[in-house]
Design a protein around this ligand. Sequence first.
Ligand code: B16
Ligand code: MG
Length: 219
Amino acid sequence: MIKACIFDLDGVIVFTDRYHYLGWKKLADEEGWKFDESLNHQLRGVSRMQSLQIILDHNSLDVSDDQKAEFADRKNRYYQELLDDISNDDLYPGAVEFVQRVRDRGIATALGSSSKNADRVLTALSIKDLFDAVVTGHDLTRTKPDPQIFQLCNEGLGNLPVTECVVFEDAESGIAAALAAGMHAVGVGDADQLPNADQVIKEYSEINLDQLLANGRVR
Ligand code: B16
Ligand code: MG
């Protein structure tokens, strides 16, 4: 029986993954770097500095730590400017309703996001109370695919058996982190971009909740 559902934020609860992309794109355009949607996919779930490193490596660039900090700060500024206008229209359709349905069944919920801006997003959309535990980029010493993030979520829920936890993730690195933690891993998005997920959904309406709670399978 499943006792906890753990959700990633960007790309799972809210479409802020689009704003991360636009922030990096603006920086890349200003600097004349190559950057596209396919490279962006590799940044999902990955920390800000690691994301920058992936973009720099893709462009064969070697820069000082000070310069890296300036690039990362600039991208974060652009991202936060986009967050200023965030609204319920940015919510993944059916996500909030699904989390609420899970809670109504007495199942614990947690949010695990690599983002240091996660709290800001949760507060802006008034959805923080949907989660019994919240772990963000500020709490982590290791990022996905390391399982630390989901282990900390589980700690916040009172350390349930890992096989009774399901993680919802849009990032390959996040699915890998969930599996490394020994949890079930449901991909959210395109199945061909999440080959390591146990199962993938595109819409929350695809989930058979009774089935999920019985054995961790969405259908
Ligand atoms: P920040 P998630 C991740 O959030 C994003 O997927 C990833 O693209 C981003 O680089 C990372 O957060 C760090 O975000 O720059 O705001 O600290 O998907 O784990 O909710
Ligand atoms: Mg994500």
